[in-house]
Design a protein around this ligand. Structure first.
Ligand SMILES: C[S@@+](CC[C@H](N)C(=O)[O-])C[C@H]1O[C@@H](n2cnc3c(N)ncnc32)[C@H](O)[C@@H]1O
Length: 226
């Protein structure tokens, strides 16, 4: 059992708009998955057999909606703890009449530990996880060996793990954690970082756009579960 804890977020209260609040009340029963310590049957949850993809820390949800719209043949799970973002995602799911997305408002580490089962996921996306720039906070970063081992256990062989960050020092940490993992192989033939996020249809996220405006570089990583 992987019973480690990573405090990768602080509970931000954030302003929930009226529309988001309404969504959290009325749309949650349709798309939301309550946090629990009971394992889930994903085929039952979506009512069909289809590849299952997970986005961890979807923020405001734009990437998730974009992927789900582009690939109605796949099912998507999104996890975030930020209520305004969850509300906004719910509104977008309804506006786009998407039936292939389910949402958790919970700690991704716990969802992976308790609710998602071994070999249940195809692809996993982790875009711009909180960088925790101070050295004494590095232990709060999600990408570290225990977490990557847990992800590997929940993924199927052949599935892809996509990561992106605009924080160089975190990018190096991601690379070193994944290069030393026995469970993943780098999909870039030459090794190192991926040239771009090209294999995934994703719009630039808000964080990415702001970073790029400030002249930040973005590092992408693409690994395959062995
Ligand atoms: C820097 S933001 C990036 C959001 C989005 N991926 C983007 O690129 O715009 C990181 C997100 O991860 C979420 N997060 C951090 N740790 C988490 C955890 N353990 N479980 C779920 N969500 C988490 C935060 O609430 C936040 O929305």
């Amino acid at each position: 059992m992987n019973s480690f804890i990573i405090r990768s977020f602080v509970r931000r209260s954030g302003r929930v708009t009226l529309a988001q609040q309404r969504a959290l009340e009325t749309l949650w029963p349709r798309y939301g998955v309550p946090a629990s310590q009971t394992s889930l049957d994903l085929q039952e949850l979506f009512g069909r057999t289809a590849a299952k993809h997970l986005e961890i820390g979807f923020g405001m949800g734009d990437t998730l909606v974009n992927m789900a719209k582009t690939h109605p043949e796949y099912d998507y799970l999104g996890i975030d703890v930020y209520r305004p973002g969850v509300g906004r995602l719910l509104l977008q799911l309804e506006a786009n009449q998407l039936s292939n997305v389910r949402v958790f408002c919970a700690d991704a580490v716990e969802v992976l530990q308790y609710q998602l089962t071994v070999s249940s996921l195809d692809n996993v996306y982790l875009f711009f996880p909180d960088p925790w720039p101070r050295k004494r906070h590095h232990k709060r970063r999600l990408v570290q060996p225990e977490f990557i081992q847990l992800l590997a256990q929940r993924m199927k062989a052949g599935g892809y793990l996509y990561l992106a960050t605009d924080w160089q020092d975190y990018a190096q940490q991601m690379l070193s954690v994944l290069e030393t993992s026995p469970d993943f192989i780098n999909s870039v033939a030459t090794g190192g970082f991926a040239p771009s996020a090209a294999p995934v249809e994703r719009p630039l996220t808000k964080f990415e756009q702001r970073g790029l405006r400030l002249g930040n570089k973005v590092w992408n990583l693409l690994y395959q579960r062995q």
